[in-house]
Design a binder for this molecule. Structure first.
Ligand SMILES: *[C@@H]1O[C@H](CO)[C@@H](O)[C@H](O)[C@H]1NC(C)=O
Ligand SMILES: *[C@@H]1O[C@H](CO)[C@@H](O)[C@H](O)[C@H]1NC(C)=O
Ligand SMILES: *[C@@H]1O[C@H](CO)[C@@H](O)[C@H](O)[C@H]1NC(C)=O
Ligand SMILES: *[C@@H]1O[C@H](CO)[C@@H](O)[C@H](O)[C@H]1NC(C)=O
Ligand SMILES: *[C@@H]1O[C@H](CO)[C@@H](O)[C@H](O)[C@H]1NC(C)=O
Length: 406
């Protein structure tokens, strides 16, 4: 009897020991949540919003380790979706297949077709495709004429997202912009390809506002609007190895139009190529501005321009839709300061390859131009520049066009 009890206790002891060590093993375990197990169908027709959200919720609540939401090959129609955190652990979303947006823009009742919010340590990867099906809504877009036009959904958004990254993703034909970053912090984008026709309206590539500490590198962007649009409140953004064009270039602004805008500070653009864009490196502020903010500490370096409309362009007289009555009485309140252009070369399709039309009230300060070599491709004259209200600047090395007095 006693010996049987002893054997039993020994067994229980081992069993207990085993269970504890298993639990410890599982505590670092990662788990894959395949959307097919939640009813997702890659047939291009069924709405997968419910299945995706369910898979996300379980992955987000998985407390034993890293979790992965897996979207396999296939065409997954999606009406609209919001992936909300906070999650218990770092989370990865692998998109292998195509996510297909509704054709009718009114079907989407949020600012982004696919939105991530309040998430930390998120990775979106897999090289899959977001197809915004914008062809059907572009003809309805009247934003060029109507300043109060109805915004259409952007393809994907990240709001209040921290320590996260997109690594390998394709986005085509968004209804408006493609990737929207709002109030993100420590966020990286690499290996992303964004495409829409050069004449598609407002199809910005990457749009960033009120965000900080970001890296964008190795991206290819060809759209009908800005390749990258940097809006107010963006600080410490490092951009490199971008292939941009067609499109409107890498743009800071428009700044200054609204109350309570925040400064833009610490933007670097390096080792990039602009090909067939209307603008290259542009800073744009409203002539008729109410917020008194600054745009400072910018470095543009090692940039090739191929047939670019306005390779270098500071425009503080921006005032579309005839809102400034052409009288020239408005002067932007945005202070541009400490901007360096170093080693910018290539071809311009306009004679004025270098344009800096700064504010009369707040002239541009500490602008440095070094090793600029831009040629006009036309045969009706030579490359020139237009530099207004630029004070205390510096010119170094080669300087073509050579007539900018700063
Ligand atoms: C995110 O990662 C940081 C640093 O590794 C960690 O401190 C934090 O707890 C993580 N948060 C989540 C939700 O995983
Ligand atoms: C972003 O990239 C930078 C530079 O490579 C790196 O230091 C940082 O940790 C990255 N952050 C994330 C969230 O991946
Ligand atoms: C750049 O991104 C592409 C995908 O667009 C990828 O195939 C390639 O490996 C990346 N290159 C580097 C150097 O990371
Ligand atoms: C620039 O774009 C044109 C037209 O799309 C293309 O033919 C050419 O190869 C591109 N050049 C480079 C260097 O990418
Ligand atoms: C000017 O901007 C550069 C690039 O962002 C930065 O490294 C430098 O510290 C700035 N200089 C001043 C005086 O703020």
């Amino acid at each position: 009897m006693a010996s049987r009890f002893l054997i039993l206790s020994v067994w229980s002891f081992f069993f207990f020991f085993f269970a504890v060590s298993q639990a410890q093993y599982y505590s670092g375990q990662q788990k894959v949540f395949d959307v097919r197990n939640y009813g997702a169908r890659g047939d291009g027709r069924a709405d997968n919003a419910f299945a995706f959200t369910k898979a996300w919720k379980e992955a987000c609540q998985w407390s034993s380790g890293r979790s992965t939401v897996y979207i396999p090959l296939g065409i997954f129609y999606l009406r609209q979706v919001i992936f909300t955190g906070p999650c218990k652990n770092p989370i990865t979303v692998i998109i292998k297949g195509t996510l297909l947006a509704p054709k009718n823009p009114n079907t989407i009742k949020q600012d982004e077709w696919i939105l991530f919010k309040y998430v930390d340590n998120l990775t979106v990867t897999g090289g899959g495709l977001l197809d915004g099906q914008g062809y059907y809504s572009w003809p309805l877009n009247d934003c060029q004429k109507n300043p109060n036009c109805q915004p259409l959904a952007m393809n994907i958004g990240f709001a209040f997202v921290k320590s996260s990254r997109i690594n390998g993703l394709r986005s085509i034909n968004s209804k408006m912009g493609h990737i929207n970053l709002f109030s993100v912090n420590d966020f990286n984008i690499t290996g992303v390809t964004i495409t829409a026709p050069g004449d598609s309206p407002n199809t910005d590539g990457i749009k960033i506002g009120k965000s900080k500490d970001m890296h964008i590198s190795n991206v290819t962007i060809a759209t009908g609007d800005d390749c990258i649009a940097i809006l107010d409140g963006t600080t410490n953004l490092d951009i490199s190895h971008v292939r941009c064009g067609p499109g409107h270039g890498i743009s800071v602004g428009s700044l200054g139009r609204y109350k309570e805008e925040k400064n833009v500070q610490g933007i670097t653009v390096r080792n990039s190529v602009f090909n067939g864009t209307t603008d290259g490196l542009r800073i744009k502020t409203w002539a008729k501005s109410i917020s008194q903010i600054s745009a400072s500490n910018f470095l543009y370096e090692n940039i090739q321009m191929i047939n670019v409309g306005n390779p270098i362009n500071i425009d503080q007289q921006y005032c579309p839709h005839g809102q400034c009555d052409g009288s020239g009485k408005y002067a932007s309140h945005v202070q541009i300061k400490n901007v360096t252009y170093n080693n910018i070369w290539g071809t311009s399709t306009s004679k004025e390859a270098l344009k800096m039309q700064c504010s009369q009230k707040f002239p541009c300060q500490d602008v440095e131009l070094s090793d600029i070599n831009l040629k006009y491709i036309g045969s009706d004259g030579f490359v020139t520049s237009l530099c207004i209200n630029v004070v205390g600047g510096k010119v170094r090395g080669k300087m073509v066009p050579s007539d900018c007095k700063i």
